[in-house]
Write a protein that binds this ligand. Structure first.
Ligand code: AMP
Length: 282
């Protein structure tokens, strides 16, 4: 495995890789969720490239950019174990050269849910992913369904800007209790962690109600909201049931595939999770 700490170094090494090349963009603090993306890429591509870059422009001014967990040594070991051929770890100054002013602006998809709670977040994500695509020139790029709206935003960007990359969405990886793995889970105390299991419990209850035929939007949000609201340490940001293509909030009877998503603060951690309620199982 090669490690490139500058873009020029990366480009020279990338030129030698056999295609198809799969890219797994990450912010490090790697866990099984990231590893599942690497394994999928490994299964589908001749060479896998991973990037480890904590992107400052996707963090709001009062968010955790400076405290975001960093674990370079363990991350590189994980990449090596998963068969990554080349790791990109660029310095911030190179990704954002002095005076950089060109950005990718995503539009309406970026204004709701995570975008409403984190203004500017998705423009930061889209901008850095566009840069990573330009640097890495992947044939395929792997993203987790854990960040469902991010996946939609990337797909939209790739379509709108005619980027020659196939975007592959991968299932959410959870711990044995059901908690979706996240680098930010490291912020949780034991008590917060055990209360945070209410999130996936609520989602599972809603999925069951959906399978039993419930279609009323408000009553599908309720199991998640109620389960989480019962936790004394939870502060709910949103519980949403939205059209899975447009992210327009559902009202009344749900007729099309819908994204049930939730964001909750537990202490220092802001956790997100989701499930897609499909009208017809595929
Ligand atoms: P991050 O390092 O948080 O920017 O995440 C990098 C990639 O890993 C993103 O595409 C995430 O959606 C994905 N990811 C993070 N957590 C999980 C998880 N629990 N299951 C699947 N994918 C994940």
């Amino acid at each position: 495995m090669e490690i490139a700490r500058s873009v020029s170094e990366f480009r020279a090494l990338r030129a030698r890789l056999n295609g198809p090349v799969g890219l797994v963009p990450t912010m490090g603090a790697l866990h099984e969720g990231h590893r599942s993306l690497m394994r999928r890429a490994r299964a589908e591509c001749r060479s896998v490239v991973a990037s480890i870059f904590v992107n400052p422009t996707q963090f709001g001014p009062s968010e955790d950019y400076t405290q975001y967990p960093r674990s370079e040594e363990a991350d590189l070991a994980a990449c090596q174990e998963e068969g990554v051929a080349l790791v990109l770890m660029p310095p911030v100054e190179e990704v954002y050269p002095e005076g950089a002013s060109t950005t990718v602006s995503v539009g309406d998809l970026a204004t709701v849910l995570e975008g409403a709670s984190r203004p500017g977040h998705f423009d930061g994500v889209a901008t850095v992913v566009a840069k990573l695509f330009h640097i890495a020139q992947p044939d395929r790029a792997y993203f987790g369904q854990k960040d469902a709206q991010q996946l939609m935003v990337i797909r939209r960007m790739v379509r709108d800007l005619l980027m020659p990359v196939e975007v592959v969405g991968c299932p959410i990886v959870r711990d044995e209790g059901g908690l979706a793995l996240s680098s930010r889970n490291a912020y949780l105390t034991d008590e917060e962690r055990s209360q945070a299991l209410a999130i996936s419990r609520g989602l599972r209850n809603a999925e069951q109600a959906w399978r039993d035929g419930l279609r009323d939007a408000e009553r599908l949000r309720a199991p998640v909201h109620d389960e989480v609201a019962r936790q004394p340490l939870a502060r709910i940001d949103y519980v949403s049931l939205a059209d899975a293509e447009t992210l327009a909030e559902c009202e009344g009877r749900v007729q099309r595939d819908a994204l049930l998503s939730v964001a909750v603060h537990f202490g220092r951690a802001r956790l997100i999770d989701n499930t897609i309620l499909k009208v017809q199982s595929s």
